[in-house]
Design a protein around this ligand. Sequence first.
Ligand code: NDP
Length: 289
Amino acid sequence: MAQLIDGKVLSAQIREEVKEAVSIRVKAGKRAPFLTVVLIGEDPASASYVKGKAKATAEVGIGSDTLVYDASISEKEVLEIIERLNNDPDIDGILVQLPLPAHIDERKVINAIAPAKDVDCFHPESVGNLVIGNDGFQPATPAGIVEMLQRCNIPTAGKHCVIIGRSNIVGKPLANLMLKKGIDATVTVCHSRTKNLPEIARQADILVAAIGRANFVTGDMVKEGAVVIDVGINRIDDASRERGYRLVGDVDFEAASKKASHITPVPGGVGPMTIAVLLQNTLKAADQK
Ligand code: NDP
């Protein structure tokens, strides 16, 4: 039976480290780091993520505010808001909660964020630094995964890491992090056009599922002793729950945990790590000034 990788416990360690570093900063006479979150529209999932981020910042002593705008706001107005935040010396990090309403070009908005405040690590300059291997902001979810592996003493050097999913926020940046010198994995990235995906997945020493489909990774796709990281967050109907649904990952947890050496749960796995890295990035943004 696989050992559980507990994202709640590991993220609490990171939050404690950030809290300590913030406290040292403040004792040295500097102001607390500050994060501004921009939320556009009324997507309930986005609102809930933003609430979680605000709570997490407060707990470690990072200041934050959330600017909430109606979905009807124009792209031009959003770009003007970003410009104002870029020029505000009291703001260290800017995070625009995605997705944006269809009439606003997400790429334009991300590109408008000053790279020095790009705590989500989505700006092309941040992505470029990641690919080259320069120090810079860490992509939150991928860096959260690497933190999990390292804090659980799971070796990565020379290991075959198979990532299912090639999105700009998970699959691609994770591939770059796993390739980085010092992490040194051999990386394969799969996507919807990949042939023989189960066969490739079975070769993984570290198998990462970032697809967005409940129970996509079945037990027969997991090699005996593999480390399984489940990034997916999927809602499935569940009449026994008050809210009418429950959250599951992309991995058939029951079946995979019979073969894996380590596995992350959903919820309580990668999710909490993502927020912890955002806090690290906000501290870094403030310290870089
Ligand atoms: P995207 O929808 O952007 O990407 C999904 C990827 O999965 C694509 O590359 C797609 O391939 C691939 N895919 C879809 N269907 C198949 C298939 N049948 N076979 C092989 N590959 C397939 O999703 P995200 O990366 O944004 O998110 C993935 C999941 O992770 C979601 O459930 C999301 O909610 C969750 N997530 C969780 C986070 C956390 O903090 N825990 C953070 C971010 C995301 P193709 O490119 O060819 O279309």
